[in-house]
Ligand binder design. Structure first.
Ligand SMILES: [Fe+2]
Length: 332
């Protein structure tokens, strides 16, 4: 689409196809005054020729035209895979309810009835483009999340002790972020980061990952590398850059005794401090190679004791309160 999700809506290209030169000019002028670029064709054939040259962000077409009418033009546009997603708006005269019916059967949603005030036309085109942009953003966001889930599942598939871990860690972190009133775009990145936090474990051999006994010093040093390895894997993916603090800093500790950098207190990005709570809570409440699952009460006790040592002393009580509340709600 005119290669342009970051082009402002009103700078986008509109193809106007209309056999009346007068109406075509009035419409194009009104759109250009608003900042749109326009291309003009006097029938469907000219419309198709213009589409071959450049792809508009929206097509506005009359229905009754000589040579190739609006309905046939619409069909030809939708048959070409490059053009299937372009929003298409029909411009009809008041007396053509039959045409509207034909268009509806083909799946056309938008109609404008002539004569139309230029101001109304611009308002409707703006609204249509904003709606299209919003749908595109939602679709891209969903595609990203699906990709992230596949990556996260690839890690869980190798580590038999952590099934369901990333989804639960993501849920607990989300509760924290909401309690802290984080804005939507930070919450989105948290959902990605919480799921990807252990992605670097892909570099750890399976026999170490699933080892039932304690690690040797060398094995432990290798395990610790999953933070930096994960960050390196994702650092060049622009839309996942916001996940790096989760991946890098979820094993840092408030007192500076964590890894990989040994950061202290608020030098640890808040993403790492939140994820540390969710990660440890889930690790301790589920069965792992070294321990059986502990109860919620036991884990809350541990987190409380570690507040100010392992965990942020302001965030730990909030986390405990949230988990207690959720536990109480689930028991009802
Ligand atoms: Fe980790």
């Amino acid at each position: 689409m005119n290669d342009a999700s970051n082009v402002p809506i009103t700078e986008r290209l509109i193809l106007v196809v209309e056999d009346s030169a007068q109406i075509r000019t009035v419409i194009s002028k009104a759109l250009e005054l608003e900042g749109y670029k326009t291309r003009q064709g006097k029938n469907g054939l000219e419309g198709l020729a213009l589409l071959e040259k450049e792809t508009p962000d929206l097509i506005l077409s009359d229905i009754n035209m000589p040579q190739l009418d609006g309905i046939e033009f619409y069909k030809a546009v939708r048959q070409n895979s490059r053009w299937t997603a372009i929003p298409f708006v029909f411009l009809t005269s008041h007396s053509t309810s039959e045409d509207i019916q034909r268009g509806r059967e083909l799946g056309v949603e938008d109609y404008l009835t002539k004569p139309i005030e230029p101001a109304d036309l611009v308002r409707i085109i703006n609204a249509r483009l904003y709606r299209t942009a919003a749908v595109e953003v939602a679709q891209v966001g969903k595609a990203y999340l699906d990709t992230v889930k596949v990556l996260a599942n690839a890690i869980e598939g190798r580590d038999k002790y952590t099934r369901g871990h990333v989804e639960r860690v993501s849920t607990y972190s989300l509760w924290m972020a909401k309690a802290l009133n984080w804005p939507a775009q930070h919450i989105r990145m948290l959902e990605f980061g919480a799921r990807l936090h252990d992605i670097g474990k892909i570099v750890i051999p399976s026999q170490i990952l699933n080892k039932p006994g304690p690690f040797t010093d060398d094995e432990w040093e290798l395990m610790k590398k999953h933070t930096i390895a994960g960050a390196k894997m994702l650092q060049d993916i622009a839309h996942l850059r916001g996940t790096l603090p989760y991946i890098l800093y979820h094993h840092e500790k408030w007192d500076g005794s964590g890894y990989p950098k040994g950061l202290k207190s608020k030098d640890i990005p808040i993403q790492g401090r939140i994820l540390a709570l969710a990660d440890v809570y889930d690790a301790l409440t589920t069965t792992r190679p070294y321990h059986k699952a502990r109860t919620h009460e036991e884990v809350v006790e541990i987190i409380s004791k570690e507040s100010g040592m392992h965990f942020d002393p302001q965030l730990a009580p909030l986390f405990i309160q949230i988990m207690n509340d959720r536990k109480a709600q689930a028991a009802k």
